[in-house]
Design a protein around this ligand. Structure first.
Ligand code: NAP
Length: 464
């Protein structure tokens, strides 16, 4: 039986690896999801069939409660609130790691790792690391959730001696782990939990504005390592492999996003080094002149007579669910012989790949969708940049204002197009809270209104 479950766990692990491989491209992502589901089904059934399981009622109760909550949340959640949901789920993974480690600490016999007060040293190290990473993930994810939900400000929250304090807490955690391994002391175990909870809170607090996407993927990575730690405690190879897959893929994604954002990954891991200047300045500067507001008819006329149009979707498109209307607009333009492309910024929207998912849902052909580095040069020759619900990702302050929270982030150079349309409801700033000077430029025309409604009006005007 043991050999069979080891074999099935191996098959499940391979499915998870194939799932990750599939998810790396929009074309194969559906297949990747299927591999993931098959792997998870094999893993769950194998675990349930294991002779270690002594009673099923607790498991069934857990599945019923968790499944019911998951069902309600999945039905209710808006696409735009997914990042918060992901952050909330990460916090639960972290908390689970802490609970499993504490359970193993107080009942080591049940886990075959020694007896209370004389737990094997290796197991104590695994347990302590799982606890510390889990607790950091828990509070860090709660702060990320609060920032994304708008419960606390998205700006970096900095205070004097923040970094020395974080460093001191990090060293203290290491000392406590050594104490725990030497003494089996429950005081040491609980102090690790408390210090790591504080550390998670303090590490994410100073990260603000445009750096939140990196934080989400970092927390994803942490939750994977926490699960990996639980895997060692439970001596479950599948959990070790799956945790390591989540941990390493999250770390790779964070690295890619840091590169895309022109940020140092160490600054993000260590809690927003460099956030001080951004917190001090760079906020909205107030009106910088007058804006030119246009109508859907103006936009329709200019775009129908254009040779090339580059569409830049952002968070507002997701809020308005304007992707279908947008594709319809692109279809009409293509029918008129206009060259249409979509430009995707790595942090547009509120989660990695947010825009790609929405455009794929509206059946936008993949070969019309371009990443920042592949399309930025084309704005110089484009007739129109149609910026729909995007703001920060086009803001030149990222290049010109060292005090801005988005300084250093590469942007889509929409300003180089002959005409730039900004579709948004008013003059509000984007997520980073920075005024966008492009709204006041002579080649910019604002199309005020809900992104879906305005796009539908443009389509109607083009068809009229
Ligand atoms: P953004 O800078 O947040 O701007 C979105 C704009 O959409 C707003 O200025 C808003 O202006 C407009 N808007 C909102 N609802 C709308 C609607 N129904 N119709 C039309 N317009 C609407 O968005 P972005 O340019 O996509 O940049 C993303 C930002 O989020 C970056 O700062 C990024 O770092 C951050 N972020 C990204 C992620 C990620 O993983 N992608 C995660 C967390 C944070 P009005 O209110 O005036 O309409």
């Amino acid at each position: 039986m043991e050999t069979l479950s080891a074999l099935l766990y191996l098959v499940a692990s391979i499915c998870f690896i194939m799932a990750l491989r599939g998810l790396s491209s929009p074309e194969t992502s559906r297949q990747g999801n299927i591999y993931g589901m098959v792997g998870m089904t094999i893993a769950i059934l194998t675990t349930l069939a294991s002779p270690i399981v002594q009673s099923y009622w607790m498991i069934v109760l857990g599945i019923a409660i968790g499944g019911a909550i998951g069902y309600v949340v999945a039905k209710k959640i808006e696409m735009t609130a997914l990042p918060q949901l992901v952050a909330a789920f990460h916090s639960l993974v972290g908390l689970a790691a802490v609970f499993v480690a504490l359970a193993a600490f107080y009942s080591p016999e049940a886990y075959g790792i020694g007896v209370r007060g004389a737990i094997a040293k290796g197991s104590l190290v695994e347990m302590a690391l799982g606890t510390a990473i889990g607790a950091i993930t828990f509070t860090g994810s709660i702060v990320a959730f609060a920032k994304l939900q708008g419960l606390v400000t998205g700006k970096p929250l900095v205070f004097p001696m923040q970094h020395p304090l974080n460093a001191a807490l990090g060293v203290l955690t290491l000392i406590l782990i050594i104490w725990l391994v030497q003494s089996n002391s429950s005081a040491a175990m609980w102090l690790i939990v408390l210090v790591a909870l504080a550390l998670g809170f303090l590490l994410i607090l100073p990260i603000g504005g445009a750096d939140m996407p990196v934080v989400i993927s970092m927390l994803n990575s942490y939750s994977g390592w926490a699960a990996c730690g639980i895997g060692f405690t439970l001596q479950n190879n599948l959990l070790i492999i799956t945790g390591a897959l989540v941990g390493s893929s999250g770390a790779i994604l964070s690295y890619i996003m840091c590169k895309g954002m022109n940020r140092s990954i160490f600054n993000v891991i260590l809690g927003g080094f460099g956030g001080e200047s951004a917190a001090a300045g760079g906020a909205a500067k107030g009106p910088q002149g007058s804006v030119k507001a246009g109508s859907a008819e103006d936009a329709a006329y200019i775009m129908k007579n254009a040779q090339s149009v580059i569409i830049v979707p952002g968070y507002g498109m997701a809020v308005a669910q304007a992707q279908h209307a947008l594709r319809e607009m692109a279809d009409v333009l293509k029918h008129e012989g206009v060259d249409v492309k979509y430009a995707i910024h790595p942090v547009a929207g509120r989660m990695p790949g947010h825009m790609n998912v929405l455009l794929a849902e509206a059946n936008v052909p993949y070969d019309e969708v371009f990443e920042l580095e592949d399309i930025n040069r084309d704005f110089g020759t484009a007739d129109v940049a149609f910026v729909i619900g995007a703001n920060d990702v086009t803001n030149p302050a990222a290049k010109t204002d060292p005090a801005s929270p988005i300084y250093g982030m590469p942007i889509l150079d929409v300003e180089k197009a002959k005409t730039v349309f900004f579709i948004k409801r008013g003059m509000a700033a984007g997520y980073a809270g920075v005024e966008n000077e492009l709204f006041f430029r002579p080649n910019t025309m604002m199309l005020f209104g809900d992104a879906k409604k305005v796009t539908e009006e443009v389509v109607k005007a083009m068809e009229a």
